[in-house]
Design a protein. Sequence first.
Length: 229
Amino acid sequence: MGNASITTRGLNHFFGKGDARKQAIFDVNLEIERGSLTILMGPSGSGKTTLLTLIGCLREVSDGSVSVLGHELNNADEDLLVGLRRRLGFIFQAHNLHESLTSTQNVLMGLQVHGGGNPQKQRDAAHHILNLLGLADRRDYLPSNLSGGQKQRVAVARALVSNPEIILADEPTAALDKESGHKVVQMLKSLGKARGTTTVMVTHAPRILEMADRIITLEDGHIVSDQRQ
């Protein structure tokens, strides 16, 4: 437990009320080590994204326990949840970029939730991460002038620029070609080694599985396999 970034105990989750109430997560018990790259797998509707959003303070934890960076989420107040979200980086399949902002400005949004900071240092940090992701020549482009893969890499840069302690990624490489996808996951692995950043990622991409430290498979809200590599 001492080295775990994320712990769940007896975690259940339900959608709907009354006759429409349906259980989506069943008695999930996990301990995810700091600095590790964990992949969540399973068919559509198996609970992967629901589990990711519970860990990410994006859904209320009401049945069982989720502890993130040492803080219990069940019955947590909004101030704690907001504070924790600022320590997390989110990469979603839909890139969610602001269409009126350039690549650099979109990445800067990932720093502005933290308030304050030196504007020039923030801009340098944004440029550095865009350069690492092969977007040096697209820094001043609007999303409408970027390809789908380039937009997704901007979204990845926005999630990583603030050096989050945990990265939660839902199909982050789905829009990327093989080389770009590999580069993104390699960067996440490097952050784990260098900074102790913990990554939990939903993916179906076979080429990425071999890079994971651990592969957890869900079916119908149950963990059916938990393999360490």
